[in-house]
Design a binder for this molecule. Structure first.
Ligand SMILES: NC(=O)c1ccc[n+]([C@@H]2O[C@H](COP(=O)([O-])OP(=O)(O)OC[C@H]3O[C@@H](n4cnc5c(N)ncnc54)[C@H](OP(=O)(O)O)[C@@H]3O)[C@@H](O)[C@H]2O)c1
Length: 255
């Protein structure tokens, strides 16, 4: 029986990963701040899929909580076969803000926690000669919409670096770069998204299926759906001045 640890598995993309993996027979370790939400998901999935679900209340902006999760990842008695570094949120803040609390939390949760948990999982998996790590980045990594883009570009490049260090070890590493997905992400982060055309949205279950398929195939960067793969590919070919212009327009449309 394999076990997957998912950060932020109570709602949204993380919950969809949890459901998909539970249906495949994975036991789960779910970590987020919402203990009641975690217990409710655990009860539902145990009943629906007959799997074991462990829950860990953790705030990934808190170093102590992240280190406790890292310890769980490296526990030789209870190996984790798949880590999904998913937890995250929108960073709807200016780079000129004097108060950098939101930026700091975003860097803690979406960069430092990913680095610490990815390193712990990689050490344990490399020693066993098998395992997989999936980091949730974003298609925003291909544009320049403030700190969120910078953070998600870091996640994508970090993943490529990690895959280099793990090459030949039997451990697979993938960063998934989704387009827009209907979750709590936008309402929680105060990002205007209701006026976006249907064409930009990706079905969350489709996103999860393709990411898992790409991880299995050893694809290091996964952009779910052909439409978004085309858009991200185009962004990489476009002059940087065009990317900055598009990003300015996008940022303005959300205000
Ligand atoms: N939705 C999109 O359009 C989209 C597109 C591209 C990439 N992404 C990325 O996908 C990932 C998941 O986002 P989502 O769309 O599923 O958003 P969501 O529905 O708002 O879910 C976010 C999850 O992250 C967890 N989380 C947030 N801050 C945390 C913290 N400090 N400690 C522990 N857990 C924390 C939340 O759990 P608790 O609140 O219970 O702690 C929740 O389970 C993020 O990394 C996001 O950047 C989203």
């Amino acid at each position: 029986m394999s076990t997957a640890l998912i950060t932020g598995g109570t709602v949204g993309i993380g919950h969809a990963f949890a459901k998909h993996l539970a249906a495949q027979g994975y036991d789960l370790v779910l970590a987020s701040r919402d203990e009641a939400g975690l217990l409710a998901v655990a009860e539902r999935f145990t009943e629906m899929y007959g799997i074991a679900v462990e829950v860990i209340r953790a705030d990934l902006a808190c170093r102590e909580d992240v280190l406790a999760l890292a310890e769980r990842l490296e526990d030789p008695e209870r190996p984790i076969d798949l880590l999904v570094n998913n937890a995250g949120f929108a960073v709807h803040a200016s780079l000129l803000d004097r108060d950098i609390a939101l930026h700091e939390r975003a860097l803690d949760v979406m960069c430092l926690a990913v680095l610490i948990l990815g390193g712990a999982a990689a050490r344990a998996m490399k020693a066993r000669g098998q395992g997989a790590i999936l980091n949730v980045a974003s298609s925003s990594a291909a544009i320049t919409t403030g700190n969120y883009s910078a953070i998600k570009a870091w996640v994508a490049i970090y993943t490529e670096g990690l895959s280099n260090e793990l090459r030949g070890s039997g451990v697979k590493v993938t960063a998934v770069l989704p387009g827009w997905v209907k979750t709590e992400f936008h309402s929680r982060g105060g990002v205007k998204a209701h006026n976006l055309p249907d064409i930009v949205w990706i079905d969350v279950d489709r996103l999860v299926r393709q990411s898992c398929r790409d991880l299995e195939r050893g694809k290091v960067l996964s952009v779910p759906t052909k439409r978004w793969a085309f858009m991200v590919g185009l962004a990489h070919l476009a002059p940087r001045s065009v990317i900055r212009k598009v990003s300015r327009a996008l940022t303005k449309s959300r205000e």
